[in-house]
Design a protein around this ligand. Sequence first.
Ligand code: NAD
Length: 459
Amino acid sequence: MGFDYDITVLGGGPGGYVAAIRAAQEGKKVCLIERANVGGVCLNEGCIPTKTLLKSAGVYRDILHSADFGVEGVNLSGVKVSMPKLQQRRKTVIDRLVGGVKGLLKANKVTVVEASARFTDAHTVAAGDKSITSEYFIVATGSNVLIPPFIALEGKNNVLTSKEALLLEEIPKTTVIIGGGVIGIEFAYLLNTLGGKVIVIELMDNILPMVDEEVSSIARKRLEKDGVTIRTGARVKKVSDNNVFYEYDGTEHSASADAVIMAVGRVPNTEGLDAEKAGVEFNKNAIAVDELLRTNIKNIYAVGDVNGKVMLAHTASHEGIAAVENIYGGSVKVDYNKIPSCIYIEPEVSCIGMTEKQARERYGDVKVGKFPMAANGKSLTAGDTDGMVKVVVDGRLGEILGVHICGNHVTEMISEISLAMNLEATIDEIIATIHPHPTVSESIPEAFMASYGKAIHFK
Ligand code: NAD
């Protein structure tokens, strides 16, 4: 039986559009179905818009601190942020990138259908008034913000998700952020830098739970020094008339706010997809896939947030390419232990692999090396010496198990470690690699040398 397409991709985010382009490059006839803008949450209401607003916050902050760098004559009383102008810039950046993705899809001859797709059987979807048949499907419908059932909402509240928080036309006087994960902490930095009062309430003992606690505590101290109030080990139970009620140390507390940001995670987008009509099985609320990203139905694959593995744009894109290769005979397995994470506050945070605690539990024999940014020349010239590189290494073989960094521009530095881990490099190979001077990245070989007590620039 002939199908309309070789591959149909459902969802045009970083998982879906990348899969569609790669499939087209392989000479396949490809359809992409997207109900909103291509680019998904990442481009339209996630990574890119937040980073655009964070850039403005950074510029504002630099101007306020310009005297520290010997710049005179700036009339600080006249310096203010125009939220409407920030929002205009956000839209301009998004439009440019969405336009770029559309252009790429067109240049690769991917047919784009603007509609919501739902399965009618394993080889057919309904998209608007069209019925589209396809030999293979890649489901890449992403995720949505979680409004958790375990937090009661009573009375009249101004509860925002990250989606609405990105559109703010003015900074709320006081914002309570529920959840000290990546979204919560990036908004805490943003709103605080732009002049709001921010209180973060996090359930775990540390903010940014995926980051080694010694490194995340540097970020925490800096946020607190800059004025953010952070409560950890605190469970939010209820929001009532803009008062956030939480349990801390066995007693009930509350914090009142002009706005409350809910940042306690995201859920896979499967509503309305009718995946069960194609026979697709779920793992809790995510589409279940095996290590080759196949669902239980042999012609249907699922990539990105919807498969519930790791909710990061770069993981989705990587999975998108892997799924296409696997459809056509490949056996690409994504190594979920080697996925970098970046947090765009100041100083930045990035990490990959295990924390020291996880590594000790798993391997016992581990070595740890640390190098403080205060001993790094480039960080000193930038006037930002808060932070460190912390490396976690297998004690017997010198295998890199995890690297956690806090410091100036360190989100640009973690790729070196991703490459090294991907190539299964040992610490000797990193140390033997000449790093340019002066750079913040010099602190990486220093931290590895510190793991056996021989850092040059730190005792
Ligand atoms: P998250 O899972 O990273 O963090 C949610 C936090 O909420 C957790 O730390 C959790 O302990 C806390 N929490 C849960 N229930 C609570 C309660 N009742 N009271 C207080 N705290 C509670 O989720 P997120 O920050 O919403 O991010 C969602 C996804 O998006 C994540 O997978 C994240 O990695 C991804 N993301 C990544 C980036 C980035 O890489 N820069 C940016 C934004 C989002």
